[in-house]
Design a protein. Sequence first.
Length: 184
Amino acid sequence: MVDKSLKDWDLIKEELGPDLPLFTARFQHMQNPRNGKSLKAIVLEVPDTINVICVTKESEIILVEQYRFGIGKLLKELPAGLLEDGEMPLEAAKRELREETGYISDDWTFLGKSFINPAYVTNACYHFLAIESSYEGGILPDETEDLKVHRVKIKAVSDLSNMQILEDAIGKAAFCALDQYLRS
């Protein structure tokens, strides 16, 4: 009988990859414990991220539209962003929501976290729900952002778990986390 248990791969050596904005690239030479073959894997170290399902006092969900270079098109997404050094996920969620949309909330719920692409990226995304949100003022985008804010009318927070407007995986993951939260 063949042993089907999986084992961690052995790290043979590691070297720094190319200098990239937002990422630290590393090459890891790994050995497959099943057959002894080696693989040169790339690992991108990226700061953790957050995204926010923001529901306003007027029963609207707030989305941000922006150009995404990887797919070469505009996408509507949840407000999201990178954690800054030493920043806690909830602090980052509040900051990013305010900066990208002009909205604030006093009612926050942590929904869970997802690993974005663990095959080669190190970061996690922390998902939050902000309800009873209100507009505080204009947006404050980063120099590298060009954003448009959208308000989408909903009947109830439970309607959000069925939203099909998002195409990005981490936005869909946030809605899966919301669905689990609403069922618990």
